[in-house]
Design a protein around this ligand. Structure first.
Ligand code: ITT
Ligand code: NA
Length: 195
């Protein structure tokens, strides 16, 4: 089965394909022939994920899903959160976002953080949500070069102290927020279409 994934982020596609294997053909926007930049104007991951999925559903009439992910840091009142991609500014690079995060956390006692992924699926014109959370902490300095985004400064709880960027994709997926949300999406799809 094919399912449109309303994203322009190739890292998300790679990670989700690693989880679903060949059970499901994931079609990111580019591969579905859809060239669009979907705005994310809302102040929650849920609303932004819904906006992305609804935009593509209205455009294609097809089942589709989207995901929105944020890094939530309690010592920064939940920032960068829904603004994770734009923390250091509208066109900020991953490196600029990391630099600002480390700057804002310098001297803070509590470096706890969590990644939260919200998947919105539109299936038979109905909307479903799946959530995945990965608790952890922000390191003092960045480590590793795999992965993307904030991976070089995120240390998952229950690991061996390595950052996500020091792990293979299979290792990251033992902890990952995105993996947990995707596993629920897969369970749901199985219940609808069988194995
Ligand atoms: P879409 O096309 O799916 O909207 P995007 O890149 O705009 O993709 P988001 O709006 O969900 O993605 O922004 C989330 C940002 O959070 C993203 O730019 C990364 O910097 C960061 N991020 C998301 N997942 C991450 C992960 O697993 N590890 C590290 N950083 C992550
Ligand atoms: Na986005």
């Amino acid at each position: 089965m094919e399912l449109i994934f309303a994203t322009n982020n190739p890292n998300k596609v790679k990670e989700i394909r690693n989880v679903v294997g060949d059970k499901l053909q994931i079609l990111p926007l580019k591969e579905a022939g859809i060239i669009i930049e979907i705005p994310e104007p809302h102040d929650s991951l849920e609303d932004n994920a819904l906006e992305k999925a609804q935009t593509i559903h209205h455009l294609t009439g097809k089942n589709c899903f989207s995901e929105d992910t944020g890094l939530e840091v309690p010592a920064l009142n939940g920032a960068p959160g829904v603004k994770s991609a734009r923390y250091a500014g509208e066109k900020a690079s991953d490196q600029q976002n990391i630099d600002l995060l480390l700057h804002n956390l310098s001297g803070k006692e509590n470096r706890g953080a969590r990644f939260r992924t919200v998947i919105t699926l539109i299936w038979d014109h109905q909307t479903y949500y799946f959530e995945g959370i990965c608790p952890g902490s922000i390191s003092e300095t960045q480590k590793g070069s795999d992965g993307f985004g904030y991976d070089p400064v995120f240390i998952p709880e229950g690991g061996d102290g390595r950052s996500f960027a020091q792990m293979t994709l299979d290792e990251k997926n033992k902890f990952s927020h995105r993996k947990k949300a995707t596993a629920q999406l897969i369970e749901f799809l199985k219940s609808k279409i069988g194995e």
